[in-house]
Design a protein around this ligand. Sequence first.
Ligand code: 4NP
Length: 166
Amino acid sequence: MSESHTQKLAVLFVCLGNICRSPLAEGALRAVAAKSGLDCTVDSAGTADYHVGDAPDPRAIATARADGVDISGLQGRQLDLQDFYRFTHIFALDKANLEGIRARAPRDATAQVALLMDAIEGKKGGSVKDPYYGDDDDFRAVWEEILIAISAMTDRFEEAGIDARF
Ligand code: 4NP
């Protein structure tokens, strides 16, 4: 059996500040995995260090809470080198952060790096818009988009496990 079959599925979501989009994606996948029984490590991080140690943005917390998902206990952290080996999949929330992740990736990184929107047929290459300077409706729109992507992603993981390619 190859190493890829013995390693457990581990998914990291990465945005800029790790207080709006990536904690929402983390919360969404945790909730779906808990419901479906998908065995999966889930975390999130930012390419920037602006919000290390901070709780998610109150608007992100409220948006997820409205759908019964609690992300209030999460804490911001910055992407680090070990993430490229600890996680099987790293999903960027937008193209700018995808470039930021790729720029930091060590040559022998084992994680597959992709965009969250690559999980949705027809939305490949797309970005989840930064809602930080937006309003509650922007957070709601981001959450809806993330939920669709996480649902599609979970289907792929259930079919192909850690070998799923995006
Ligand atoms: P996120 O949103 O990348 O979705 O967490 C942002 C959060 C904070 C900042 C920018 C985007 N900021 O400039 O502090």
